[in-house]
Design a protein around this ligand. Structure first.
Ligand SMILES: NC(=O)c1ccc[n+]([C@@H]2O[C@H](COP(=O)([O-])OP(=O)(O)OC[C@H]3O[C@@H](n4cnc5c(N)ncnc54)[C@H](OP(=O)(O)O)[C@@H]3O)[C@@H](O)[C@H]2O)c1
Length: 244
């Protein structure tokens, strides 16, 4: 099946470094709470090309804060933010240099391994997907990612972990543009430039779901996909002169 977006996805299968502790936290008082102390991760020790990335097996997993959730990653996606022109190469250097080594990666899909004590809406074992904030320095390229409760939601059963991991960061970018900036409302006409891309394809679907009448530009290969997603028009910018 064609990937939903253009982000590249990685799937992990790993050796876990887990110790199990008996905890009185479940209803019966005999629950097993999983505490992960170290995990595999891809570290960025300095800015540069892909060659500087290091896979380590024993990266410490910090303790959870009350609102945080430990996610056993089943798939993560590679966002342009993480790659050569941006964070890996030194984008945000003044902010991040003193914090190296970083773990890159924004998106994750997986199962909840542990929750902080104030987490209300998610529970251990649940399948979830979500995205970290752009400035997070412990990213998702690790077997055990830590996100806050409000950065995760239940993964639909109809999506694989690979598919789900390609969605959140790009879709939230589209959501913010449409809802917070453009403040779209039902019945408005919306034009999405670059409707075939990760952000654009999300924007088309979100605008259609909000009841807007959507036109999009794209290459010819994306036209059917955009019309199937509910766009009223999909215009091939490589063969039509489009003026606004
Ligand atoms: N991905 C994210 O999470 C994210 C987050 C924040 C900001 N952004 C920004 O959002 C923008 C889109 O990112 P993306 O990840 O969606 O990129 P993408 O997947 O590469 O999509 C870019 C889109 O732009 C279209 N395009 C390229 N040249 C064009 C042209 N000359 N005229 C019209 N359309 C053209 C492409 O169309 P074809 O496919 O038809 O070639 C493609 O659909 C970028 O500026 C990115 O920096 C992205």
């Amino acid at each position: 099946m064609r990937s939903l977006f253009r982000s590249k996805q990685l799937q992990f299968s790993t050796t876990d470094h887990i110790k199990h502790l008996h905890s009185p936290s479940n209803k019966l008082g005999f629950g097993i709470r999983t505490v992960v102390t170290t995990s595999r991760a891809v570290l960025l020790p300095r800015f540069g090309s892909a060659d500087v990335l290091e896979v380590r097996d024993d990266v410490r997993v910090p303790d959870l804060k009350p609102n945080e959730v430990l996610v056993r990653a089943r798939a993560v996606s590679v966002n342009p933010l993480d790659t050569r022109v941006l964070m890996r190469a030194g984008y945000g250097r003044s902010l991040f240099e003193s914090l190296l080594p970083l773990i890159l990666g924004r998106d994750v899909s997986g199962e909840i391994a542990a929750v902080g004590h104030s987490v209300q809406t998610l529970k251990v074992g649940q399948e979830v997907f979500g995205a970290l904030h752009p400035t997070a320095i412990r990213g998702t390229y690790t077997d055990y990612a830590i996100l806050s409760e409000d950065q995760l939601t239940q993964k639909p059963a109809t999506l694989s972990h690979v598919e789900a991991s390609a969605i959140p960061f790009a879709a939230l970018t589209a959501w913010r543009a449409l809802k917070s900036t453009a403040r779209i409302t039902k019945g408005q006409r919306v034009l999405v430039v670059g409707g075939g891309g990760a952000v654009g394809y999300s924007a088309v679907q979100l605008a259609v779901a909000a009841g807007c009448v959507v036109s999009a530009t794209c290459e010819s290969e994306s036209i059917d996909r955009l019309l199937a997603a509910g766009a009223e028009q999909a215009l091939d910018y490589t063969s039509e002169v489009i003026s606004f």
